[in-house]
Every structure is written in C-alpha cells, then in structure tokens.
Design a protein around this ligand. Structure first.
Ligand code: UCC
Ligand code: FAD
Length: 561
C-alpha cells in the first residue's frame, strides 16, 4: 500500500495544477501598437513618460478600484431615517476615487488644454484607452463630461455656463464636475424628436422650469446635465417633432431641506452590465434650467456631444478588445483594426478643434464617427465573448472578473445610438453633403493606398482594398438611382463596408511606416483577407431587392409555411 502522502486527491490534498490567474501588466508598455502609433505621430518624451507612469498606476492601483466598483454597485436611498425624502445615490469609495483621479490625470482636461496642438485628442484618448478597462465604467461620466464641455465651447463659454465649463475641464479634484446627458424618454431613445415629452416653462428671470420624465440617465451622481425639452408658449402649447426641441443646461443641486431641486429619483435600473455605475429614472418636477441653444435647435446643438461620446464609446470598445487580447490570445486583428480606426477619428477630431482640418478632414470626421462607433461596438461583443470562451469554464466564473467585461461590452452597441440608428446617420450625412462626404472617403482611401504602391509585401492587401473600393463605388452609384428605401435596407452593410475598407487602408498605411514591424504587415494582410465590401456581396445576392423584403419579414415572423 502506497503511503498516504504520495497519493493525489487524498484528505487535504487537492491536486497540484492551478490555472494561472491572468496578470495585468502595464497596459502602455504591453501595447506595441499604441506605442508604435504614438512614436510615429506624437513622439514627445513627456507624453511617453506620462502614459508609462499612468499605465503603472492603472495596473498597480486603479484596476483594483475598478473591481471594487463592480462588487460594490451603487444603491438608492429614497428616505432618511426620519422619513424625509432624500433620493441619495450612494456610490462606492472607489467610484469617488475615480472622480479625483480623472481630474488629477487630466482625462478630460487634456482635450481642452491642447498642449500638443492637433494631437492633443490622440494623447487624451490614448490615456482613456489605457484606463477604460480598469475604470469601473468611470469612462461613462467622463465621456458625457467631455461631450458637455464640447457643446458649451461650441455654443460659447459665457454666463451662466462659464463656471461649469471651467469645472468640467479642471484638473483640481475639489472643483472638477461631471455631466449627465439626459435624452432618452419612455417613448423611445432613438427617435428623440417624437419621443420627447419634457416641457420647459419660461420663468420671469429668463430661466425655465423643466417638467418631464427621463427614462435612462447614467452616472446620475453628476453635478450638472445637458438635456432636451420643448419650450411652452404662453398658452402652454409646444411645437412637435425635432423643430420643437431645445437644449438645456441644469445643475443637480440640493435645497436647504436636503432634497434634490426639481428632481425625484424614481429608481435605479437593474441592468445586465454597467452595474458599477448608477443609471436612474428621473422625474423632473420643476428643475431650474438655462436654455443653451436657440429655440428648436436642440438636436443640432447636442450633436457635438453625440460626436464626442460616440468617439469615447469607440475608445472603450477598442480598449475592451485589447485588454482581453492581452489577458488571452483571441481576436488580435480585430482589436488592432478597432484601434487604428478609432485613433484616426481622434486624429481628425484634433485637427478640427485646432482649426487645421481641411474640408476633407471635416467630411471624414462626420462620416467616420457613426461608422467607428457602430462597428467597434459590435466587434467588442464578439471579440470579448470569444476571449471568454478561450478561458474555458473559468471565463464564466463571476469572481474571476471576466464575465463583467462581456456584460459591459453589450451596452456599447446600444447606448449613444444603436447600430441601426447610426447606420441611418451614415446615410443622413451622405445625403446632406451632396456627395462631398463620399468623395472625401474615396479620395482619402485612394491616397492611403497610393503610399503603398511600391511595397511588394503588402501587394495582396492593397489589391483587396482597391477592388473592394471599386465595388463600393459601384454600389453607391447604382444605389443612388434606386431611392432611399434601397439604401436604408443596405445601411448596415454599407456602414460595415465603409469601416472594413477604411480600416484596411489604415493597416496598410501603418505597415508602410519605416518604424513598422513584420507583424504590422501580417496584420494588414490578415485584415484584408475578409470580405471587405459586404454591401456589394449582398447586393449581388439580391438582399435589398423589393421582392426580398417581404420574404425576409416572413422568415423572421415565421409565416412562410
Ligand atoms: O445613451 C446615452 C448615454 C449613455 C452613457 C454615455 C456613454 C458614453 C460612452 C462611454 C464609453 C464607456 S445618451 C442618449 C444617446 N441618444 C442617442 O444617441 C440618440 C440616437 N438617435 C439619433 O442619433 C438620431 O439620429 C437623432 C436623435 C439625432 C435624430 O434626430 P432628428 O431631429 O430626427 O434628426 P434630424 O432632423 O435629421 O437632424 C436635426 C439636426 C440637423 O441639423 P440641421 O438642422 O442644421 O440640418 C442634423 O444635421 O441635427 C443634425 N444632426 C447631426 N449633426 C443629427 N445627427 C447628427 C450627428 N450625428 N452629427 C451632426
Ligand atoms: P428604441 O429606440 O426603441 O430601439 C429599439 C430597436 O429598434 C433597436 O434595435 C433600434 O436599433 C431599432 N430602431 C429604432 N429606430 C429604428 C429605425 N428608424 N430603423 C431601424 N431600426 C430602428 N440615454 C440617455 O439619454 N442618457 C443616458 O445616460 C443613458 N444611459 C443609458 C445606460 C444604459 C445602461 C442603457 C442600456 C441605455 C442608456 N440610455 C441613456 C438610453 C439609450 O441611449 C437608448 O436605450 C438607446 O438610444 C436606444 O433607445 P431605446 O432604448 O428607446 O430603443
């Protein structure tokens, strides 16, 4: 008989194999593509030192706070012990530390200080990219804060929003403010033009009082918000549709009785993911507000906020994929593609904000903002899911922290405009620019390819992008004569094609750079092996023909039998 101590699985012995816990290392030092991109475009020692130090802070300190936010979700206290209504949203100490950190590290401020001119946005977004997967979703309030600052700056930093602007862009934790973005109401968040019921009642002092119900308000512990409402005339009437919407600024503050001024927090949402962050339903019952836009220009005025938050969304999507890939191995080309596309949009944003954008840059920024948001949002769910699976059963175990990444990824394609709605936004900007946006796209992709014409190792990739581009050109010309219905049916595939072809050109361009590595070339070749122009493939299959639509509907609703 073997002595007991030599036998495995006996008494207290539980076997010798333990799966290694994935260890987070400095996300800046671990990311060759990020460092390569910055070496190429923003080779400032101070930026590298800051990102390296921040990366160290993220893995040693901040990542733990992010986990603390996940396991200590916010809760709502409606009443104080004596029965008085307080509507207090209690957040974790880690969530509060995230706010201070965001100010100290300049996570919003960098975009407005513009110390690196047109590359300041690339610097800011690089920092957010490192931070996002460890942030406990604090990137959500930061996105809205950035968006609010952008709206105020574009409409004019004057009273009474001067102070708000300086707080939103402050590096001092004691003065730093975050903003909300209250758009969605119960009748629907995509079509805010018909879904918004909130009314703004003019007051004698020039301010307004808002009455309405906001159905989704995230990071509701914010200090202020931007929101939409319909101004009532003397008879109490309002204008329906988009033309009746105006943009308002409101502070979230408490009166002497401790109650929120003009707001009741109905409840916190019980969400699939993003649990680290409060998302509330709010009754606005006389919320004091200042009208920021001209009457009826609410949607056009908040569009700047949408641009910024959609870009932040893409940063988070690319970062989620990247983090999963560093913890595991799946999804490499997708995470790199998302990075290049997202960074290029940040580059364009920086150029526009510094007044150096050409017309082509501005058209590209308008077109690529919905494209990058919708494409990376969808990719993130697929890539994160695949990475989870590669951990086997452990990927499904809650206290590994892995499932939360998948839950959080799912929201990236819903908020800030769903995939369908952003695909329609692509059509909107194409239609309203009399062909200029499309022209900018084609000529920029061609110029990126031209730079690679003599690089033989990239020839298959160049050929693939070039032929996909011709197919896309053919599709756009043919679709123009078939009316808006045809384009709407193809809108998703069109947006995906725009994303894949443009990303292919960016991969090629990056691989041509003298500092590029062989793996950059390989990544370009791999990216370009996929169907780069699904809209053309599906057009050939007849997917958008009028005869196909009723069949598709029948298939979905199962009435073909
Ligand atoms: O979800 C939300 C917050 C989540 C938390 C934050 C997370 C941030 C990321 C963090 C990372 C972790 S807030 C709710 C977001 N809601 C949406 O995104 C709404 C989605 N729906 C749309 O985007 C629709 O397309 C609408 C609402 C914009 C459509 O409205 P209208 O009124 O029907 O649109 P119109 O009539 O076509 O356009 C009205 C004006 C036009 O300007 P003018 O009048 O000058 O011609 C348009 O050109 O608005 C302009 N416009 C735009 N401009 C419309 N969309 C845009 C745009 N995207 N960019 C520039
Ligand atoms: P709907 O608009 O009803 O859409 C339902 C479906 O119909 C979607 O698949 C959509 O793609 C599709 N659809 C809609 N219109 C069309 C069309 N014309 N053609 C084809 N398909 C269409 N909102 C805020 O304002 N502030 C916040 O802080 C905020 N935080 C959020 C936090 C979380 C966690 C979530 C999940 C949502 C949050 N939202 C917030 C709301 C979010 O912006 C909306 O959920 C989103 O815009 C979609 O609106 P909806 O939910 O009303 O869906």
């Amino acid at each position: 008989v073997e002595p007991c101590h030599a036998l495995p699985f006996t008494r207290a012995r539980i076997g010798s194999f333990f799966q290694e816990r994935p260890e987070l290392k400095n996300p800046f030092l671990e990311d060759a593509l990020l460092r390569g991109y910055l070496r190429r475009h923003l080779p400032h020692q101070a930026v590298f030192s800051d990102l390296c130090a921040f990366g160290e802070r993220v893995c040693k300190e901040v990542d733990g706070w992010g986990r603390e936010c996940e396991v200590t979700p916010p809760r709502l206290v409606h009443f104080d012990p004596w029965g008085r209504r307080v509507d207090h949203i209690v957040t974790s100490p880690a969530w509060k530390r995230m706010k201070d950190l965001s100010a100290q590290e300049g996570l919003v401020a960098i975009g407005y200080e513009r110390s690196y001119g047109e590359w300041s946005r690339v610097y800011q977004m690089s920092k957010l990219y490192i931070y996002s997967p460890s942030s406990g979703l604090y990137t959500c309030p930061l996105a809205m804060t950035d968006g609010a600052a952008k709206v105020i700056q574009s409409l004019g930093v004057s009273r009474p929003v001067e102070e708000a602007f300086s707080r939103l862009t402050s590096r001092q934790p004691e003065s730093f403010w975050t903003s909300g973005q209250w758009m969605t109401e119960r009748q629907g968040g995509s079509d805010v033009a018909s879904g918004t019921e909130t009314v703004a009642v003019p007051q004698t002092d020039g301010w307004y009082k808002l009455h309405g119900f906001k159905w989704f308000t995230s990071a509701t512990d914010a200090d202020m918000t931007l929101t939409l409402a319909r101004v009532q005339d003397r008879t109490g009437a309002t204008t329906p549709g988009s033309k009746g919407l105006s943009l308002f600024y409101a502070e979230v503050s408490r009166g002497e009785d401790g109650r929120l001024r003009g707001i009741e927090v109905q409840r916190l949402k019980d969400k699939l993911g993003t649990r680290q962050m409060p998302t509330a339903e709010l009754l606005l019952d006389g919320l004091p507000a200042h009208r920021l836009s001209e009457e009826g220009r609410g949607v056009a005025s908040i569009a700047n906020m949408l641009t910024i938050t959609r870009i932040h969304n893409s940063v988070s999507a690319a970062a989620a994929m990247r983090r999963q890939v560093t913890l595991d191995i799946e999804g490499g080309p997708f995470s790199s593609g998302a990075f290049l596309l997202m960074m290029d949009v940040c580059r364009l944003l920086g150029r526009e904000e510094c007044g150096v954008a050409t017309q082509l840059d501005s058209h590209l920024l308008r077109l690529l903002t919905p494209v990058v948001k919708l494409y990376t949002g969808k990719q993130a769910v697929a890539v994160v899911s695949e990475c989870l699976e590669s951990f086997g059963g452990q990927g499904y175990i809650e206290d590994t922290g892995l499932p939360g990444i998948l839950r959080d990824a799912q929201v990236l394609s819903i908020w800030e405009g769903t995939t369908n709605v952003l695909s329609l936004d692509v059509l909107r900007c194409m239609a309203r620019s009399s062909g200029m946006v499309v022209h900018a796209y084609f000529s920029h992709v061609k110029s990126l390819l031209a730079g690679a014409s003599s690089v033989s190792s990239l020839a298959p990739a160049v050929k693939a992008v070039d032929s996909a581009l011709s197919e896309l050109e053919g599709f756009v010309q043919a679709a123009a004569s078939r009316g808006p219905g045809y384009l709407q049916l193809s809108a998703r595939d069109l947006a995906y094609s725009l994303a894949r072809i443009y990303t292919g050109a960016l991969f090629i361009d990056h691989a041509c750079w003298e500092g590029a590595s062989p793996s950059d070339t390989y990544a370009a070749l791999r990216w370009c092996e996929q169907d780069l122009c699904p809209v053309s493939t599906n057009q050939r299959r007849g997917h958008y023909d009028s005869s196909t639509t009723p069949l598709d509907a029948a298939l979905v609703f199962d009435c073909l039998r």
